[in-house]
Ligand binder design. Structure first.
Ligand code: AGP
Length: 631
């Protein structure tokens, strides 16, 4: 995610800020910038790596012993110099760096424009600069910041400086972390402590709803409504590497554990308060005239994104009543595909740079398809190639094995599906004139999406115990770490989970693992089953779905009859398959199309734990690259 650094002290701010930015690089970013105050405001920004900013700073060094800097991971507007932080007000008096997302920025932007403010960027952050400008006319910087923040909806960690009060820095937090480093006559601010650690281990952690006002010699901490608070100065005892991974030994584990928050970020702003509408720009104005209806949907993706796409194709076909297929982009582009008129293609990619997915979308477009994208990296090649779509906002995924992107892709597909259902009911009603989703069902799905992050947390808490190492997942991993083959079985929505569970295991533990549809088992893989074969049976179910639990029960019987060792993933309280299994992993009930989010998490953790127990580095599996930008 984005990174913030600030410095107010006696030394040159520039090298300290630059060093801080370098220490935040691991978080992922696409552009960076810095602002200092000397005679006036000095500002430099660059797209790409910090070294590019560094080169710029060599050309025109920024003077001053107060300054702020930022690494941006684009959310609103592409990664360009203009969109990079810090952002300034109309007069270039105020500079601000911001992490987070301002949900009501469109409304505020319209209001501020009406009042005569001149906007230069596509970002949500710029509204904060103009709001502060408005109040700073006749108020101190901290009062202006407080008034501005009172108007924002969303999440933020901000740091602000102003040439009108050139020895003051104000920072505030609501949802995005900020830490203040304290030294004699020097202060540091950062979105994570790694940027501060070389200078001081004495820090104040701001909580949500708190701000700090730094001056040359002192600081004051208050609530956002200006009540003084006493904050304890704490000592950092961690080392740098631990901070970068937030204390987790690997990025992969960190990214698995942070899924409740990532999913919240994906959902943010889409579900409307009435629960019977979703909002997304790509559907707001409808499709162009050349696309008066949708005759077919093609989901195009690779690897984990393809597994998520498969879930998407099932849910879309069920609700939209339009043929929806998910194709491996790498295959699609090298056969002779037929694209029917009025086909909607949806490219799914975490990185937005996968060459095969990009190539498949280009081919689909050439054959007449209208393309949307579900992408995590803002401004990536695929995001730019498609006509519109949804960003995941899952934050940078650094572990090579994709984890949080998968759950966010399934959530994004569910949101898009709801949006398409409403859209199609208007432009292409079903023959029987019934709505594709009734208001009641719509509400049920949106309610379930809203509680999904809590259910993900429940799964994490129930199956994995980081401290004792005795969680069910750790026990299963211990039991099977020496095995050379694994079979994963599921039906319906649980079939893509089987594929994803097997993919995770082979990627990072190098164990041969097959993901198969349980219904196909009799047609071949059953021959593999003997007393040495662990079989992961994925069987959570939604009683309202036609997928018959009884059928997977029969598959489990068949496995047991051949001596296979069953590891079952089931709903809480399951009392049929659980009784046949050697190991049982329970997850909360949810709607069938959201089961993949909950049921995949234990399988991600299982792959991770087995890799660790085999002495492998899950963040850097052999032969694999994080984004496959070549064919
Ligand atoms: C997942 O763990 C893999 N590393 C890989 O399958 C990945 O999902 C695939 O290469 C697609 O990447 P993308 O989502 O960035 O397009």
């Amino acid at each position: 995610m984005c990174g913030i650094v600030g410095y107010l002290g006696t030394k040159d701010a520039m090298p300290i800020l630059l060093e801080g930015l370098k220490r935040l690089e691991y978080r992922g970013y696409d552009s960076a910038g810095m602002a200092t105050i000397s005679d006036g405001l000095n500002l430099t920004k660059a797209v790409g790596k910090i070294v590019i900013l560094e080169k710029e700073l060599k050309r025109r060094s920024l003077a001053g012993s107060i300054g702020i800097a930022h690494t941006r991971w684009a959310t609103h507007g592409e990664p360009t110099i203009i969109n990079a932080h810090p952002h300034v007000d109309c007069e270039g008096v105020i500079a601000i760096a911001h992490n987070g997302i301002i949900e009501n920025y469109r409304t505020l932007r319209t209001l501020l424009k009406r009042e005569g403010h001149n906007f230069k960027t596509e970002t949500d952050t710029e509204v904060i600069a103009h709001l502060i400008e408005k109040y700073h006319e006749d108020a101190s910087l901290e009062d202006a910041v407080q008034k501005a923040l009172a108007q924002l909806k969303g999440a933020y960690g901000i740091v602000v400086i102003s040439t009108k009060e050139s020895r003051k820095m104000v920072a505030a937090r609501n949802g995005s972390p900020l830490v203040v480093g304290v030294l004699d006559k020097e202060f540091f601010i950062a979105s994570d402590a790694s940027a501060i650690l070389p200078y001081t281990r004495d820090v104040i952690y701001l909580n949500d709803g708190e701000m700090v006002i730094l001056n040359s010699h002192s600081y004051r901490t208050t609530t956002l409504d200006n009540k003084d608070i006493n904050k304890e100065v704490e000592k950092i005892t961690w080392d740098l590497e631990m901070i970068e991974k937030s204390g987790y030994p690997h990025f992969m584990l960190k990214e698995i554990i942070e899924q409740p928050q990532s999913i919240k970020n994906t959902l943010r702003g889409h579900i409307q308060p009435d629960g019977i509408e979703v909002k997304m720009n790509c559907l707001q104005n409808g499709f162009p005239k050349a696309m008066p209806k949708i005759s077919a949907i093609k989901l195009l993706a690779c690897g984990t994104s393809w597994n998520a796409g498969l879930v998407g194709s099932f849910m879309m076909e069920k609700i939209l009543r339009i043929p929806a297929t998910c194709e491996q982009a790498s295959e699609f582009r090298y056969r002779w595909p037929v694209i029917q008129p009025h086909t909607l293609s949806i490219g799914i990619s975490q990185s937005g740079e996968t060459a095969d997915t990009k190539g498949a979308l280009e081919l689909a477009k050439k054959l007449g398809s209208y393309n949307l994208g579900i992408v995590n990296v803002v401004g990536s090649s695929i995001a730019r190639l498609v006509e519109g779509g949804l960003y995941l906002h899952a934050g940078p995924e650094i572990g090579v094995a994709s984890t949080k992107a998968f759950s966010c892709q399934v959530v994004a597909l569910s949101i898009l599906n709801l949006g398409l259902a409403r859209y199609l009911d208007k432009v292409q009603p079903l023959e029987n004139k019934e709505p594709r989703v009734t208001d009641k069902d719509f509400k049920r799905i949106s309610n379930e999406l809203i509680v999904l992050p809590d259910k993900v947390q429940q799964v994490l808490d129930a199956v994995y115990d980081k401290d004792s190492g005795q969680g069910i997942i750790q026990q299963i991993a211990k039991e099977f770490k020496g095995i050379n083959n694994f079979l994963y079985l599921g039906r319906g929505y649980n079939y893509p989970i089987a594929l994803e569970g097997a993919l995770k295991l082979k990627e990072i533990s190098y164990i041969h693992a097959e993901g198969y549809s349980a219904s196909e088992m009799k047609h071949g893989p059953i021959a593999l089953i003997d007393k040495n074969m662990p079989v992961v049976i994925i069987a959570p179910h939604d009683s309202e779905e036609p997928i018959s639990y009884d059928k997977i029960v029969s598959n489990a019987e068949e496995v047991r009859a051949r001596g296979g060792r069953i590891i079952a993933v089931v709903n809480n309280g399951d009392d049929v398959i659980s009784k046949m299994a050697e190991w049982v992993i329970e997850i909360p009930n949810t709607l069938a199309h959201l089961v993949p989010v909950l049921a995949t998490i234990p399988l991600q953790l299982l792959a991770y734990e087995i890799a660790i127990m085999r002495g492998l580095d899950p963040d850097k599996p052999r032969n694999l690259a994080k984004s496959v930008t070549v064919e």
